[in-house]
Design a protein around this ligand. Structure first.
Ligand code: UDX
Length: 430
């Protein structure tokens, strides 16, 4: 099929690359000239395992192209995916201005029947809004349909998630469009749910908010475990064996970050408010998540009495492993609080340091974990990169001024750490 993808952020770029890999002709459109120039040369603009190879091979096979010219993309395609950013406004509401302007531009270039798809995460009612905008701004008397096909990919495993999704949700206005989508996605051989547009829009927010709820729930239980002298790892394991609960997203720690959960939970609370409902449960989920860093930094401060002139080594800056994304990363919050208390901060992350330099100018960036540990009074684990599990801890201890570890992601076995001579603090464990 001929496909146009508008927006080459995380969702747009991965969607475009994967659709082309499945044999479709794909044109990716973005107004950012520098980005398009890079992508045309086969250079990925985000760090994502497997992306570079797939991008380059599909450009070579001439199934995948990039342009800043939206009209060219729209004219060539039958299905147009809107994958632009949907950031958060100060009041928690989703800012739909990029979706609205994409819809206006599509309308101006609509010369024959097309299917327009919202793939970006957008609140319920956005499908209707896009339809109204196109109807109002189209220049020719042509028909079109609007579909909601939310994306569930995770950063760090985006290609894999796109190729083997747990489910494909397709919100359609009629059977004819449903059949085109069943055909488009049939090579993946994954479960597909055909529903109405509004339900598809809500499925995405409900899913992300539910996962965020699991995380805040387990974090609240972790606090109880710590006070009551229990072990959160065993508690999560014990709960997770129940197939109705499941073990995933029950990892206690510094809380959820990233470009989706914080924004989506706020947005759902706002949507509920718009419909006259108060979503108390999600307000508590947000509150629990917001308190995680204060609690963690408070504990570091308690251990040292004063943080002024203490050297703190940070391991991990990205909001989660296998990405260089720092959006809503807990590292930024932790580091800013430590700096405000007068600590000197050194940090290491396998891939996120380049972007971190711009946000955290007062931090000393290190070449390795050992470098970050050198002279440190405490080492703090913020992102659970696999390479931190494989560290030579004897060497780490020798580098440090004081062998204290605060583990914000429960990466290590407390008993083992103590045997090695560390003073080790983790989350929800004695
Ligand atoms: C999420 C959804 O998983 C994905 O389906 C959606 O399309 C986009 O949002 P992503 O933000 O890439 O994906 O990351 P995810 O792996 O879900 O983690 C989100 C945050 O939750 C991270 O900060 C992570 O550290 C945290 N988390 C996750 C926990 O604190 N504990 C857990 O058990 C799991």
């Amino acid at each position: 099929m001929n496909i146009c993808v508008i927006g080459t952020g995380y969702v747009g770029l991965v969607t475009g690359v994967v659709f082309s890999d499945l044999g479709n002709e794909v044109v990716c459109v973005d107004s950012d000239k520098a980005k398009i120039a890079k992508l045309k040369r086969g250079i990925p603009t985000i760090y994502e395992p497997g992306l570079k190879e797939m991008l380059q091979s599909n450009i070579e096979d001439q199934r995948l192209s990039f342009t800043t010219n939206l009209s060219e993309g729209v004219n060539k395609s039958e299905i147009i995916f809107i994958c632009v950013g949907t950031p958060q406004k100060n009041n928690g509401e989703t800012n739909l201005s990029f979706v609205e302007s994409a819809a206006r531009e599509i309308a101006g270039n609509l010369r024959e029947y097309k299917i327009i798809v919202n793939k970006s995460t957008v609140p319920v009612g956005t499908g209707d809004l896009v339809r109204e905008i196109i109807e109002k701004n189209k220049k020719y008397q042509v028909d079109f349909d609007v579909v909601s096909n939310p994306e569930f990919l995770r950063e760090g495993s985006a290609i894999k998630d796109c190729l083997t999704p747990d489910r494909i949700v397709i919100g359609v206005p009629n059977k004819k469009v449903a059949n085109r989508f069943l055909e488009l996605y049939s090579p993946l051989e994954r479960p597909m749910l055909i529903t109405d547009v509004n339900s598809a829009e809500i499925i995405k927010y409900a899913s992300n908010s539910f996962l965020a709820t699991k995380i805040s729930f387990i974090n609240a239980i972790a606090d109880l475990c710590e006070t009551a002298g229990a072990n959160i790892t065993d508690v999560a394991k014990g709960m997770g064996y129940d197939s109705r609960i499941g073990r995933e997203f029950l990892n206690a720690g510094l809380g959820y970050g990233g470009s989706c959960f914080p924004k989506d939970v706020h947005s759902l609370v706002h949507t509920a408010k718009k419909f006259g409902l108060k979503f108390n449960l999600l307000e508590n989920v947000i509150q629990i998540n917001d308190q995680r860093v204060d609690f963690f930094v408070g504990r570091i401060e308690k251990r040292f009495k004063k943080l002024k002139d203490k050297t703190i080594g940070i391991l991990g800056l990205a909001f989660k492993p296998d990405t260089d994304d720092l959006r809503e990363a807990k590292s930024i919050e932790v580091i800013q609080k430590l700096l405000a208390k007068g600590a000197r901060v050194k940090a290491y992350d396998p891939v996120a340091m380049e972007s971190a330099r711009k946000i955290l100018p007062k931090v000393e960036f290190c070449k390795s974990s050992y470098d970050a540990a050198k002279g440190a009074h405490a080492l703090i684990i913020i992102t659970e990169w696999r390479e931190f599990k494989l560290l030579n801890l004897e060497r780490i201890k020798n580098e440090m001024a004081c062998p204290v570890i605060f583990d914000g992601r429960n990466m290590y076995d407390p008993e083992r750490k103590r045997r090695l001579g560390f003073e080790y603090y983790s989350i929800g464990r004695k």
